[in-house]
Design a protein around this ligand. Structure first.
Ligand SMILES: O=C(O)C(=O)C[C@]1(C(=O)O)C=C[C@@H](O)C=C1
Length: 275
């Protein structure tokens, strides 16, 4: 049986592009219109794995997704980086002067703010997905509304590109993680990146001590994100990504952190694919 992959969005979205690059061109996808729906698809067994955007180089982290992975005890088994090219598109024959509203995924709007600032009279509307917005404009023949989406979406949903490459800087990348309900076995010699979560005692130097241990164990910290622990106001969980050369160095860091932290959890151990 083919593996079914949950994506946020529909065919033509950036999640779809990642699924095609990470798995194969005709991969079977479950199109979900929110990240919560994507997690439900995994938990209910409707899909086997999911592709989830976690961070964009212009717009920053998608913080709720850290909590979704953690809260539902999902496992990160891989990652994929995608170059994101955003385009303004509308029904054929429409000019930019005809556009009153631009609809797109909030992360996509954020990536194009410099361009959008040039058109202060155009209303920005957050939507569920870049490609779904493009499809709706086509299906309902909506005049005066433009979408921000990929070139592929403009082709699939027969829209004309009014302005290509409108992301604030050319080099715009999103990091996606590949998640699963059950952990997959990844061979130790394949693993050189890990995503971990820990909570520390509110003592002076407790975070500094943990960071020192990581450095002593030759861990390269690539990301640190703190999230409030909602049940304990003003206490935080730390979500950290590390890369390393030798699994045994990481295993040592893990053993020490288990002792030092009030709480320690591995979200995933996988292969680093950062370009
Ligand atoms: O709307 C899409 O096409 C998506 O795949 C969603 C999403 C995101 O969640 O960040 C994916 C990558 C881009 O950074 C913009 C939007």
């Amino acid at each position: 049986m083919n593996t079914k992959i949950a994506i946020q969005g529909i065919k033509g979205s950036f999640h779809h592009q990642v699924a095609q690059e990470y798995y194969y061109q005709n991969v079977e996808v479950d199109e979900c219109l929110s990240f919560e729906e994507l997690v439900d698809s995994l938990l209910s067994g409707k899909s086997d794995q999911a592709v989830m955007a976690i961070e964009n180089s212009i717009a920053g982290p998608i913080i709720p997704n850290y909590a979704l992975i953690d809260k539902n005890n999902l496992h990160i088994i891989g990652e994929h980086y995608l170059d994101i090219h955003q385009n303004l598109m509308a029904l054929r024959g429409q000019k930019i002067e005809d556009i009153q509203e631009v609809h797109s995924h909030p992360m996509a709007l954020l990536q194009c703010m410099e361009f959008l600032k040039k058109y202060p009279n155009i209303k920005l509307v957050e939507d569920k997905d870049t490609a779904e917005t493009a499809r709706r404009i086509h299906q309902n023949q909506l005049k005066g509304i433009a979408a921000i989406a990929s070139k592929t979406a403009s082709e699939m949903y027969e829209l004309e590109i009014l302005a290509p490459e409108i992301q604030t800087i050319n080099n715009n990348m999103t990091r996606f993680v590949i998640i699963k309900k059950e952990n997959s076995f990844v061979a130790e010699n394949e693993i050189n990146r890990a995503s971990i979560k820990f909570e520390l005692d509110h003592k002076r130097g407790s975070l500094a001590a943990v960071l020192n241990v990581m450095s002593d164990c030759k861990m390269n910290l690539t990301k640190i994100q703190s999230l409030p622990k909602i049940e304990t106001p003003w206490k935080y969980s730390f979500f950290v990504d590390v890369t390393f050369d030798k699994y045994e160095d990481y295993a040592k860091a893990k053993a020490l952190l288990t002792i030092m932290a009030e709480y320690f959890k591995v979200l995933g151990e996988y292969k680093n694919t950062k370009p």
